[in-house]
Design a protein around this ligand. Structure first.
Ligand SMILES: [Zn+2]
Length: 609
């Protein structure tokens, strides 16, 4: 449906990098017909995709309101909202945003580039959210110095040429804040995936970047995922897709949006011309791209009911992040093997690492992935030294829940159905039309826990409720070995290394060896050591950050050592009974038999027999 609106109704922003050295964006918001009772505006408290209250309004440095050019009163209502005095219009708000957060979640500006998410820069005009939103993106004032700056964003150009400063637009506020913007002298890599233009803008110096390889590998990932959800039409859910990549010395992260993603990676992760090896860093980077791209379907369109629409003022609780983050984590590496970028052995090695990592934390025995999802705001996103003993990751365990369900459906239907069918059903029912033209600004429908349970049984033809209860809402370890066996994959305990360990995580502080966390049930825990303790000596020999392992390696399981440590600068002595690693670890390997199982496995990983 197309409705005609007068241009009077728009909400108009102008954003300009005002002071690059002070990291300030200057924004003007013009509301043509403000609320006659006094217009309320606010900045989101969180950014969708990152489930923590971040209170972005704290970065607004100055703000003032004008009515037809005259200054009027602006009253602050709470930590992120303001109300302007009555104004017949137009109402203008002028404000500065401090942008010095080098992450994918906020905004960053200096002489080398600018980046912003709308959640950090664009005030929401209450009551006007469903109107068209227009934004002029302007270059820094000193035109000559920044003459080569370009713009990369998936926002729709209204009066702007591709990659140029100018006027961009969105149908509503929800869309406006879902297209981050990068500006600067980035390198641009372009390719198409099933006919849809894709690009990656790379900010930061990367000598000898193998951009042809990057484009070819990304194309494989994107085409595989498009075909997974739309095997017949191969139709992508967007007209255009943009990867915004910030390259730093040491960093990793990504945040998904409906037609783009913001990424941070380490320089050493990107491929070098003439070096065709698949380094671990590059494989991890491709996994990150694959993960964020998969979110284009799973969480940006197929969404939990409480995200349709988001309430950006406060926490939006959902027990379903195991599906939206966990399943996305399952498909990110699975895409790499299915697209031929890694082999079967490497893929099973990645699963082994995930499984063994989860088994290290006793938090998995106390919190289900449904509970971890619900408490993401206060626990997963705010991890302290006790996290391994209290929190389970809905990413990693959620990915194993997906694996378990996929293997179970494949075995139970002799390969006729799989998790792919469940994802496609979710897509058809909830995702495909989520942003389709809607009546009066209503949003598409999100999915509930009960919907998911019912859908699994319907699509698989199996009874999976008990398994879902156990895997998602329970805290026992997943019955993965049995599920693997049906696909001719062995999961066997590895023999425990004879060398003793403390079962701690350490942090290097200068030359000091500080305990970052102490794992429940391990030797350090039983001896009374605590996170924060600085290890000093073992049996009178100095311990440093670099020699702890070598020092411990001189002892055998069953030995007792005297360990000195500082706690709040007071020297303490501990008697530690060294024991073998208390956690069972596994090896996961492909087998030739049974033949039927091996055939199912090849179909699962789409590798040749
Ligand atoms: Zn994710």
């Amino acid at each position: 449906m197309v409705s005609r609106r007068s241009s009077k109704d728009t909400v108009h922003y102008v954003i300009r990098p005002a002071d690059l050295a002070l990291h300030l964006f200057e924004v003007t918001l013009t509301i043509a017909s403000p609320d006659p009772d006094g217009q309320v505006v606010s900045l989101p408290a969180w950014i969708p995709g990152s489930y923590m209250i971040r209170e972005f309004a704290r970065n607004i440095v100055q703000i003032r309101a004008e009515c037809e050019g005259r200054k009027i009163r602006l009253t602050k209502l709470d930590k992120h909202s303001w109300k302007a005095a009555r104004c017949d219009g137009p109402l203008q708000l002028h404000y500065e945003v401090y942008a010095w957060d080098l992450s994918v979640r906020a905004a960053h500006l200096d002489q080398t580039h600018g980046f912003f998410n709308g959640t950090s820069t664009f005030l929401q005009a209450h009551g006007k959210e469903d109107l068209p939103h227009v934004v002029d993106i302007l270059p820094p004032d000193d035109g000559d110095t920044y003459a080569n700056w370009r713009v990369a964003t998936s926002l729709r150009e209204l009066k702007a040429r591709r990659h140029r400063f100018g006027t961009y637009s969105a149908d509503n506020y929800d869309e406006l804040i879902d297209h981050p913007v990068e500006m600067g002298e980035f390198e641009l890599i372009e390719f198409d995936a099933h006919g849809v233009p894709h690009e990656m803008a790379i900010t930061g110096k990367v000598p000898n970047l193998d951009s042809a390889r990057l484009a070819a590998d990304l194309k494989k990932i994107c085409e595989h995922q498009i075909a997974l959800f739309e095997p017949t039409t191969k139709r992508a859910p967007m007209d255009r897709y943009v990867f915004l990549t910030m390259v730093v010395g040491d960093g990793y992260g990504g945040l998904e949006h409906r037609a783009s993603t913001a990424l941070i990676c380490s320089r050493s992760d990107l491929p070098v011309k003439g070096q065709p090896v698949m380094s671990e860093g590059y494989r991890t980077f491709l996994g990150l791209c694959s993960h964020e791209y998969f979110h284009t379907w799973n969480v940006k369109r197929i969404k939990p009911a409480v995200f349709a629409p988001y309430d950006l003022r406060e926490e939006n609780y959902t027990p379903l992040l195991w599906l939206f983050e966990g399943f996305t984590s399952y498909y990110d590496d699975l895409t790499l093997v299915r697209a031929g970028l890694i082999d079967e052995k490497t893929y099973l090695g990645l699963l082994t690492k995930t499984l063994n990592g989860i088994l290290r934390g006793s938090g998995r025995l106390k919190q289900s992935v449904a509970e971890s999802s619900f408490d993401a705001w206060t626990k997963y996103y705010r991890q302290d030294e006790n996290a391994p003993n209290a929190v389970v990751s809905y990413y990693t365990k959620g990915s194993l829940v997906a694996l378990l369900l996929d293997l179970t459906i494949r075995a139970g239907t002799r390969g006729k159905r799989s998790l792919d069918d469940v994802m496609r059903a979710l897509w058809r029912r909830y995702g495909r039309d989520f942003y389709a033209p809607k009546l009066a600004g209503a949003f598409g429908k999100g999915v509930t826990e009960a919907d998911i349970d019912a859908l699994f049984d319907e699509i698989s033809g199996l009874s999976l409720k008990a398994l879902l209860d156990k895997a998602v809402r329970g805290t026992k370890d997943l019955p993965l070995a049995e599920a693997f066996a049906a696909l001719a994959v062995s999961m066997t305990p590895t023999s425990k290394p004879a060398k003793p360990g403390l079962e701690v995580r350490t942090r290097k502080e200068g030359n000091d060896c500080k305990l970052a966390s102490v794992h429940e049930g391990g030797a350090a825990h039983r001896a009374g050591l605590s996170a924060g303790d600085v290890l000093v000596a073992i049996d009178g020999l100095r311990v440093t950050a670099s020699n702890l392992d070598a020092t411990l390696a001189r002892y055998r399981v069953g030995d007792t050592i005297s360990l000195h440590a500082f706690r709040r600068d007071e020297l303490m002595t501990f008697s530690v009974d060294l024991k073998a690693d208390s956690v069972t670890q596994y090896a996961i390997d492909a087998r030739d038999k049974p033949l039927a199982g091996a055939k199912l496995r090849k179909a699962w990983l789409k590798v040749r027999a």
